[in-house]
Write a protein that binds this ligand. Structure first.
Ligand code: ZN
Length: 233
């Protein structure tokens, strides 16, 4: 495999591990560069706006962002390659899309990714959909961007499967057989986000989905992606 530069654009800390944590670990183990960009924090959806500035809420945002660096370190990603955000969770519909687009554009120019992983279109979470749209606008196919050979959409348990009329149907599979334990360890770093089975954000269900996606490609464990755009040069 030639040198790859992997950009992950996610809404909230934990989406990146749920969506493509095994794949991140696999690329890092092979020596490829990985950068992860979050467009929002993941806490304030649980609070009213008049509580957003409370010290306890701010501390939880900081802890969630710190957990992102701990989780990604387990997958081999250096903290300097992790970009967190203070934008309020589940309110990206109140942020001008151009602001998100320009932020992603800056990473495209600066990092020069060869592959980009981001959210799917059908998720119930409003932020996920806006990140997807911002990525499409930022990565519009102009000539100098041909180094970006593929854009993939990942699935996020507790969002993608909560839209039954638009089921996630992956077309590309990454064998993560050697990386399922690292993915689960990284998720455990998000101590406040994981739940007990049968909640979809539980170790049992994450492993079950990886088993099912593995069965779709003939591997013990896999992550599934929808190819949004691929360039076969
Ligand atoms: Zn999310």
């Amino acid at each position: 495999m030639s040198a790859e530069r992997i950009l992950v654009a996610a809404a909230h800390p934990d989406d990146e591990v749920l969506g493509c944590g095994g794949t991140i670990g696999k690329y890092r183990k092979a020596g490829h560069d990985v950068r992860v960009v979050f467009l929002a924090e993941g806490i304030t959806a649980r609070y009213d706006p008049d509580q957003f500035e409370l010290p306890d809420v701010k501390a939880k945002i900081e802890r969630r962002n710190a957990n992102a660096k701990r989780a990604l370190a387990i997958l081999g990603v250096d903290g300097k390659a992790v970009f967190t955000s203070q934008r309020y969770c589940c309110r990206l519909d109140q942020t001008p899309l151009i602001e998100l687009t320009k932020e992603i554009e800056r990473h495209l120019i600066d990092f020069k990714p060869t592959r980009l992983f981001t959210h799917s279109t059908g998720d119930t979470n409003v932020d996920h959909g806006f990140v997807h749209r911002a990525v499409l606008a930022a990565a519009r196919p102009i000539a100098q961007e041909r180094r970006l050979r593929a854009i993939y959409a990942f699935e996020v348990l507790s969002s993608s499967e909560w839209n039954p009329l638009q089921p996630f149907a992956p077309t590309v599979f990454h064998d993560i057989t050697g990386f399922i334990d690292a993915k689960l360890s990284a998720l455990a770093a998000y101590e406040d986000e994981m739940r007990a089975a049968p909640h979809p954000r539980s170790p049992e269900v994450v492993r079950a989905l990886a088993t099912y996606r593995g069965a779709q490609m003939g591997a013990a464990f896999a992550e599934g992606f929808v190819l949004v755009r691929g360039l076969d040069l």
